[in-house]
Design a protein around this ligand. Structure first.
Ligand code: GZL
Length: 332
């Protein structure tokens, strides 16, 4: 039975459960492995090629994947690609050689995956995209893409900033990893929404590669640039770069969150801590806790079931007014 693409934003696990059973919102998770001769459940083997360990978001994402696999007794083969595409491709080839049941990965960039995904398809190993998308001409090369709508995240960031700044802002932008889906789409969504406000302008923009160190370094350069004196807002594609930028803004004798309004994406604990002390103004949530839904999909696929081609995570927007009340309950 084929499922139409599910792009409604419901709690991930409920959404996938509904899709799999086509009815009740919650379904009992059963290990779907076929019983072996002695009746024991065969463990499914999943190969995961992770981007790296570049940010608080990624750490939480890896933790969610590792703990969920352990909880389900899944044999997880995990590779950290240190943000290099060639390492992810090598890891995927190793998984193919090992004959894993399912391959999962979070593509560090969008292009360049056709050859290795063709090899996985030829080997009959289903591929699940976790967190980020790929640019391929043949969408049958992957079974499903489970992750956020980055364009919507960009729109939400611009909308919040417009409200806060009454539609007038001189904006510096710290972009994520060049060529990555979150960097491309968060920029696109922000600029789309910004068109509604002629008084908002991005005057300087550069990648900080999603890391705190690079975010600090690039923000220092922004503040020393000819545009520097006029910047009164920062849009950072993730919290880690925003936290680095906050250090640079303070070192330049300015007050982050006051002299420069800062909006970022992810919703990690560090961002909430910065909002509580007034140094960050808003973080647009990007849910890293994908483990349960990823392995629901992996078990379903390993059992020959179909899953929706696209599963979108449910997320919110948080600012200083909510940070103090929410920080204790944040899961990442
Ligand atoms: C988004 C994820 C991004 C985060 C960054 O889903 O791919 O990568 O926003 C992380 O923090 O580095």
């Amino acid at each position: 039975m084929m499922y139409r693409n599910l792009r409604i934003a419901l709690p991930l696990a409920a959404l996938l459960a509904a899709a799999l059973t086509g009815c009740a919102p919650s379904v009992e998770k059963k290990t779907t492995a076929a019983p072996t001769a002695d009746g024991a459940k065969k463990k499914i083997v999943v190969g995961f090629a992770q981007v790296g360990a570049e940010s608080g978001w990624r750490t939480a994402n890896t933790q969610s994947i590792r703990s969920e696999a352990e909880k389900r007794g899944i044999d997880l083969r995990f590779a950290d690609a240190q943000q290099k595409q060639e390492n992810q491709i090598k890891a995927i080839r190793t998984f193919i050689a090992q004959g894993v049941d399912v391959i999962m990965f979070s593509p560090v960039v969008e292009p360049g995956w056709e050859p290795v995904l063709q090899e996985a398809k030829k080997a009959g190993i289903p591929v699940i995209l976790a967190d980020r998308a790929v640019k391929v001409s043949d969408e049958s090369l992957y079974v499903t893409f489970i992750g956020s709508d980055f364009v919507e995240e960009g729109r939400r960031a611009a909308e919040w900033m417009a409200k806060k700044m009454n539609g007038k802002a001189v904006i510096a932008e710290l972009q994520g990893t060049p060529g990555s889906a979150p960097a491309i789409d968060r920029k696109r969504g922000f600029e789309e929404e910004m068109k509604k406000y002629p008084g908002m302008k991005i005057v300087i923009s550069q990648t900080g590669d999603f890391t705190r160190a690079k975010g600090k370094e690039v923000m220092e350069a922004f503040l020393k640039s000819p545009e520097g004196a006029g910047i009164n807002a920062l849009y950072a594609h993730n919290d880690d770069m925003a936290l680095g930028a906050i250090q640079a803004i303070e070192a330049a004798g300015k007050k982050p969150g006051t002299d420069i309004t800062i909006v970022s994406v992810d919703g990690v604990k560090g961002a909430f801590e910065a909002m509580v002390v007034g140094k960050l103004n808003c973080t647009v949530e990007c849910n890293p806790l994908l483990g349960p839904t990823l392995f629901d999909a992996a078990e379903a696929v390993a059992a020959g079931k179909t899953v929706p081609k696209r599963i979108v995570t449910k997320e919110g927007v948080y600012d200083q007014t909510q940070a103090k009340g929410l920080i204790a309950d944040r899961k990442y």
